[in-house]
Design a protein around this ligand. Structure first.
Ligand SMILES: [Zn+2]
Length: 267
């Protein structure tokens, strides 16, 4: 008798759990992308333009999914549709090689109108207002701060290997294994850690000796190297492949995207 009661109890709990989960799934149905937002992707996001149409649909879904999960807030600036779409595109680009990826360490993206100093001042900076973006820690945990100017520059200029928002999302990927150390353990296989470290140090040395076309900032630490090299990879894949074939290969292994192979990537 007691056993029967236990079995009935387990069955009831299972049915209840199933219904709760089903309801949750129904809630997270993703809305189709508005036509005006698709136009923004077409006009501003080269990465999107160069996808096959089937992949473009998947990209749009990922953009909508990101925007349904993450809060975007303007600090003394109004958030436009273009801001939102560009932030979401920057989030989707580095993880597009993975079937499903959630930025579990992000809840809010704060947009400042301009570059800011180390105390997050952008109106009357005390230091040099040169920070374009950062991934928050401490009271800013789970937040990203981006300068609106830098966000747009990343998509307006496609030749300078700069894209602040992609840079910050790569920091989040780096952080997803618990440590911001330039080794994205969630993206690499165990046996790739050591070759990645060796290659990274070799490339950082060249930067610091002024013998590299990778931006100087990449020579300041391992984590900045990963983020700076990723900006280069996602904006000028063919150039990276030509100038740094080993690094390019490692980036392909890391992000699971062989960008230089895409037909229309001409630079
Ligand atoms: Zn950085």
């Amino acid at each position: 008798m007691q056993l029967q009661l236990i079995i009935i109890g387990i069955v009831c709990i299972t049915i209840l759990l199933f219904l709760v989960l089903k309801k949750k799934q129904e809630k997270t149905v993703i809305a189709p992308i508005p036509e005006a937002w698709r136009k923004i992707l077409e006009q501003k996001v080269v990465f999107y333009r160069r996808l096959l149409s089937l992949d473009q649909r998947r990209f749009e879904d990922e953009v909508m999914r990101f925007l349904s999960e993450i809060v975007i807030e303007g600090v003394k600036t109004e958030i436009t549709d273009e801001d939102k779409v560009l932030i979401a595109a920057s989030a989707v680009i580095p993880i597009f090689g993975f079937e499903s990826w959630k930025y579990t360490n992000l809840k809010t993206v704060l947009i400042y109108p301009d570059y800011f100093d180390q105390n997050l001042n952008f109106e009357n900076p005390e230091g040099i207002a040169a920070i374009a973006g950062l991934v928050g820690t401490g009271r800013f945990e789970n937040q990203m701060i981006l300068s609106k100017k830098a966000l747009h520059h990343g998509f307006d200029n496609n030749s300078d290997k700069l894209n602040t928002a992609i840079h910050e999302f790569v920091h989040l990927l780096d952080k997803s294994d618990g440590a911001i150390d330039g080794i994205p353990k969630a993206l690499l296989e165990n046996h790739q850690y050591i070759p990645w470290l060796q290659l990274m140090h070799h490339k950082m040395e060249a930067i610091n000796k002024d013998k590299s076309d990778i931006r100087n900032y990449g020579g300041t630490s391992e984590t900045e190297f990963l983020a700076v090299a990723s900006e280069y990879f996602f904006s000028r894949p063919k150039l990276l492949k030509r100038k740094h074939p080993e690094l390019y290969k490692m980036m392909v292994a890391c992000f699971k995207q062989d960008l230089a192979k895409r037909k229309s990537f001409t630079k």
